[in-house]
Ligand binder design. Structure first.
Ligand code: SF4
Length: 482
C-alpha cells in the first residue's frame, strides 16, 4: 500500500481487445507501472482519476463510476469483499478533505470498451498540444482558481466526457407536463403516498401474483416488482408489471444494473413504455456474491444506476439513444432510484443523492428504515444542497415476521442494519414476534409521516402482502384517490 493509494491492493489490469502498435503498447506499460502503484489504476483506458481524488474507482468490484453503492458495511468495507475498504468511501473522504467534493457531482460515463486496456497519456499529450503547451502550463500554475480550473478542464474534461456522453454536474428537471402516472400526480398534489412491493413468483403461474396484487391494490398507489432481488432469479419485473396493468394496478418497474447492459436497458425502456409501464426505478442491484451458488460474475457492471438515470432521462426528454440515433414517440416516464440514507455520513450520502437527482431521479425509495430519527441529519444535508424540493422521498418500511427474518435482514442484506433495540424486541417477543414486527412498522410510519421532506412510504412486504391492509388502515393513512 502506498502513501497515495489508500486501499490494500488493486485488481489486475485490463488488456486491450486488439493488438496496438509497439509505441502504444510501450506507453501503456509505462503508464500502468506508474499509475498502478500510485493510484490503483487498472488501465480501463477511460481515465477519471482527476475527478475521483486520484484514486482509481475501477478497484470497486462493481466498477461503479459515479459513487458508492448502498451496500457498504458499517465498518465502511466493501460488502463484495469485506477484507478491504470500500474504494468509493476513500474517494469521498479524500475529496472532502481536499475541498474537491463538488467535482464528484459530475455524471461520469460508462466505459468505452474499445479503449479498455489502452493508454490515456497519448490522449492527454495530444489535448495539451491542441490547447497550447505554454497556455496549459501557464494556466495550471496560475494563482487564479477560475483560470486554473478552466485550463484543467480544457484538457481533462474533453478526455473524460466524450461527445456521446456529455455529462455534467447540473440539475436537469423534467419538462413541464401533466403527471404521467398516479404516483407522480399524487406526489405532486402533496399527498402522503403509499407504495408497496409484491414478490414475483418463482414459477410461470400468475394465480398467486394476481391474488397478491388484488389484495394490496385498494390500499396503495403503486406496486413495485423487484428485479431478481438478492441476485436470485424469479419472474421478471417487466412480466409482473404487465400482469399488474392487466389487473388495473399501477406498477413500478425496477431495473437492476447488475443484469443490464446499455443496449438492453434502452430497448427494455422503450418496450416497457409501449406496454404501459411509466414508473421506472433504477437500482444498482445486489451483487451476485449474496446470491445462490454457483456464483455468477461479481466483477464490473456495464452501467451503474446514475448512468441508467442519465441515459433514460435523455431518452425521455431528448428522444435520443446513447449512440445518437433519434426517434419520434418519446417515452413518458416518471423516474426514480433507490437510496440508503445511512450508508455514509449524511453529508456524503446527500452528495451521492444529489448526483442521482441531477442525473434524472424524480423520486427516491429508501432502503429499510428502523431508526426514523436518524433521517433528520440526512434530510438536513439534502436541504442544504437544495435537493429536497427536486425529489419526492418514500421511506422504506418493513413488517418483520419473525426474529429469524430480523437476523437475516441484519446480517445478509447489503446496506440494511437493524439497531440492537429492534433485534432485542423481536427476540424477546417470542411467539408474538410477528405482532411486534407490525408494531415496529407502525411506529416507523407514525414517525415519518410527520417529517418535513418525506412524501410517503414504501412497504417492503418481504412476502407478507396480506399485512399491507392492516398497516395502511391502522396507521390512519387513508386510501389512495385514483
Ligand atoms: S461494491 Fe459498493 S461497497 Fe464495494 S467498493 Fe464498490 S461501491 Fe464500495
Amino acid at each position: 500500500m502506498s502513501a497515495i493509494k489508500p486501499a490494500r491492493r488493486w485488481q489486475p489490469a485490463f488488456f486491450p481487445f486488439k493488438k496496438e502498435s509497439f509505441g502504444k503498447r510501450l506507453l501503456a506499460k509505462v503508464e500502468f507501472s506508474v499509475k498502478g502503484p500510485l493510484f490503483g489504476c487498472r488501465m480501463c483506458g477511460n481515465c477519471l482519476l482527476q475527478e475521483t481524488a486520484f484514486i482509481c474507482p475501477m478497484e470497486c468490484p462493481k466498477g461503479m463510476r459515479n459513487g458508492p453503492c448502498g451496500g457498504i458495511t458499517p465498518e465502511k468495507n466493501c460488502y463484495v469483499d469485506e477484507t478491504r475498504k470500500c474504494i468509493w468511501y476513500a474517494i469521498y473522504k479524500r475529496a472532502l478533505k481536499t475541498g474537491r467534493e463538488e467535482t464528484l457531482l459530475e455524471v461520469l460515463p460508462p466505459l468505452d470498451w474499445n479503449k479498455v486496456g489502452t493508454e490515456t497519456w497519448g490522449d492527454v499529450i495530444r489535448q495539451i498540444k491542441k490547447v497550447g503547451t505554454r497556455k496549459f502550463v501557464g494556466g495550471i500554475i496560475s494563482g487564479d482558481k477560475i483560470i486554473k480550473a478552466a485550463t484543467w478542464d480544457s484538457v481533462f474534461k474533453t478526455i473524460r466526457q466524450p461527445e456521446w456522453w456529455s455529462g455534467d454536474a447540473d440539475y436537469h428537471p423534467a419538462p413541464e407536463r401533466e403527471p404521467v402516472t398516479d404516483l407522480e400526480r399524487q406526489l405532486r398534489e402533496g399527498k402522503f403516498v403509499v407504495a408497496t412491493e409484491v414478490t414475483p413468483p418463482l414459477g410461470a403461474g400468475t394465480d398467486k401474483l394476481i391474488r397478491d396484487i388484488e389484495s394490496v391494490k385498494p390500499y396503495v398507489t403503486a406496486i413495485n416488482f423487484t428485479d431478481s432481488s438478492s441476485a436470485r432469479p424469479k419472474m421478471s419485473s417487466i412480466a409482473c408489471c404487465s400482469v399488474a396493468i392487466n389487473q388495473g394496478s399501477e406498477p413500478v418497474f425496477q431495473i437492476a444494473a447488475r443484469d443490464t447492459t446499455r443496449s438492453g436497458l434502452q430497448s427494455t425502456v422503450i418496450g416497457a413504455n409501449a406496454i404501459g409501464i411509466k414508473n421506472i426505478l433504477c437500482v444498482t442491484g445486489d451483487n451476485s456474491i449474496i446470491g445462490p451458488s454457483p456464483t455468477s460474475n461479481m466483477n464490473l457492471l456495464d452501467i451503474d444506476s446514475v448512468q441508467m438515470l442519465w441515459i433514460i432521462r435523455k431518452m425521455r426528454d431528448d428522444g435520443v439513444y446513447l449512440d445518437g440515433r433519434s426517434y419520434k414517440n418519446l417515452p413518458r416516464l416518471f423516474l426514480g432510484s433507490a437510496t440508503s440514507p445511512f450508508a455514509l455520513e449524511p453529508e456524503l450520502q446527500a452528495l451521492k443523492d444529489q448526483k442521482k437527482v441531477n442525473a434524472g431521479a424524480q423520486f427516491f425509495q429508501t432502503n429499510l428504515i428502523f431508526e426514523p430519527e436518524r433521517l433528520d441529519l440526512w434530510l438536513e444535508q439534502l436541504d442544504k444542497r437544495n435537493v429536497l424540493n427536486k425529489v419526492f422521498i418514500l421511506v422504506g418500511v418493513a413488517p418483520i415476521k419473525s426474529y429469524k427474518v430480523a437476523q437475516y435482514l441484519h446480517t445478509k442484506v447489503p446496506g440494511v442494519s437493524l439497531p440492537e433495540k429492534i433485534l432485542m424486541r423481536m427476540e424477546n417477543a417470542g411467539e408474538s414476534a410477528s405482532e411486534e414486527g407490525v408494531q415496529i412498522a407502525l411506529e416507523v410510519i407514525d414517525s415519518v409521516k410527520r417529517k418535513q421532506g418525506i412524501n410517503g412510504i414504501h412497504i417492503m412486504t418481504l412476502g407478507w402482502e396480506s399485512i399491507v391492509q392492516r398497516l395502511v388502515t391502522e396507521s390512519g393513512l387513508g386510501l389512495p384517490t385514483r
